[in-house]
Design a protein around this ligand. Sequence first.
Ligand SMILES: [Zn+2]
Length: 299
Amino acid sequence: MNRRSKRKMKKICLVIFILILIIVSLLFVYKMVIKNPSDSPKEPAIDNVVDDSKDNTSPLVTSLKKEEYFIEKNLDRYLNYIQKYPDKSMTEVVSSVNANIDYDYYTHSIDTDINVGYLMLVNKFYKLSSDYVPDLVQMDDQYNHNKGYKMMNRTAYEHFKEMAAAAREDGITLFNVSAYRSYATQEILYNNYASRDGKEAADTYSARAGYSEHQTGLASDINTSSSSAHFENTKEYAWLQKNAYKYGFILRFPKDKEKITGYKYEPWHYRYVGVEAATYIYEHDITLEEYYAYFVENK
Ligand SMILES: [Zn+2]
């Protein structure tokens, strides 16, 4: 090989080398800039959590669906609630959303379905119209110690009498102090409390007109309606705790369910829901809100 062709050869080698260098660089850039972002696992942004979990096979949806009171139509609301309160258990999420606690009180009013009779729900989300008056009867004085609110729903009263008679056999006296209250009465009561303690405080213990269970005629405040009476420490309360469900009555605002019912503990307030529902609610330690969402509204 002469000198000239040697030089030519060197040039060719150099060109090939540069070409290889360019190709390798291009491959490297391609891998780093184009391929990597989609390959690398990226922490999903919070916004994406919900979108991803809407996939019915996601672990979140799978564990929600295992919940006893899971309701399909509430799925999006469960997922939004989890985003807001990531520390809550799945059971809490399902029961809270089923009870509408993901909405603010009095901001999401639904008309009470009066066609379900003694299973009807009235609370801070379900309201009765101002002209709703149930089928009422007057309670006999032996079951009633109040001149004002002694009207009760006919069916509920029949069961109230049975319960009071059974209690009497055990040496327990039960009587009503407040059963049916009309829309107008409730309006006066609530307004009085609100002007005395302020609306915010009044809302924790008194219902606004239309939102009171007393308007159904299915509820009774038994023996007292005052927390200062400490009814929870009496033998009458203990008897009711053990036996009320057998006559279709439930303790409507239990101590540990204040968030679900929206009311402070009221050991004296009982609600007739029929023996079947009362037994289920008693045995499963749930509220009427949870029972209604799953077994009445969901059907
Ligand atoms: Zn009451």
